[in-house]
Design a binder for this molecule. Structure first.
Ligand code: AP5
Length: 207
């Protein structure tokens, strides 16, 4: 199964993708996480990603596609993948269709997490990450005592505003692309407990 997790920054794409990984035994392919890893490694490529990410702008399609194509050809992604934060532009969606077709696959569904904007801002500004990359939320999922956490560099208010604007301009049209191409789109209410949202997604996927 190849599934696209879709929604604005902070909608819970990463959180729910991690839960689907366990249930479906396919990897989560998060372009944002891959780019953060590359940045952490101190490579030149990571520094190029950083120049876009720290301002909340999209990394150019060509760079993203190189990253995802390489990852998709790894063994663990042979049976499908959960795409998190990708595709984010119509050209990325078109390119994904081409790569999947070359592998005899297609996007089987798009899960859209619907969360009101005020809740999203609270989620993003409250997000914290530990050294291993585990994510928490100061209010909804606080880190255990003694675990040191930091805030993602792009989770400040100004960058979040840019990320929203970019989402509306560049990413929302991707949904129209999928609807027009006849791909199944599951609109999921993205508020409530993590378990409730996971259940809604699983119910929708079972049809
Ligand atoms: P990326 O890492 O993809 O960030 P994003 O899309 O902005 O999404 P987030 O990670 O902020 O949110 P999420 O929806 O995964 O929510 P989460 O589960 O963490 O991208 C970062 C940057 O990289 C981009 O700005 C861009 O520069 C670049 N980039 C990445 N991919 C790219 C691409 N394809 N093309 C070009 N550039 C690209 O949840 C958020 C918080 O809420 C957490 O604290 C969580 O604990 C909490 N939470 C989740 N669910 C609930 C709930 N139900 N109730 C309460 N709290 C909840």
């Amino acid at each position: 199964m190849d599934l696209v997790m879709f929604g604005p920054p902070g909608a819970g794409k990463g959180t729910q993708a991690r839960r689907l990984v366990e249930a479906h035994k396919i990897p989560q392919l998060s372009t944002g996480a891959m780019m953060r890893e590359e940045r952490k490694s101190g490579s030149d490529l990571g520094a190029r990603f950083d120049s876009y990410m720290s301002e909340g702008k999209l990394v150019p399609d060509k760079m993203v596609l190189e990253l995802i194509e390489k990852r998709l050809r790894q063994d663990d992604a042979k049976g499908g993948a959960i795409f998190d934060g990708f595709p984010r532009t119509v050209p990325q969606a078109e390119a994904l269709d081409i790569v999947l077709k070359s592998l005899g696959r297609k996007v089987d569904g798009v899960v859209v997490l619907d969360v009101p904007e005020n809740e999203i801002v609270e989620r993003i500004t409250g997000r914290r990450v530990d050294a291993a990359g585990q994510e928490y939320h100061v209010r909804y999922n606080p880190p255990p005592p003694g675990v040191e956490v930091t805030q993602r560099a792009d989770d400040n208010e100004e960058t979040v505003k840019t990320r929203f604007r970019v989402y509306q301009e560049k990413t929302e049209p991707v949904l129209e692309y999928y609807k027009k191409s006849g791909t199944i789109v599951h609109l999921i209410e993205g508020t409530g407990s993590l378990d409730d949202i996971t259940q809604r997604i699983q119910d929708a996927l079972r049809g």
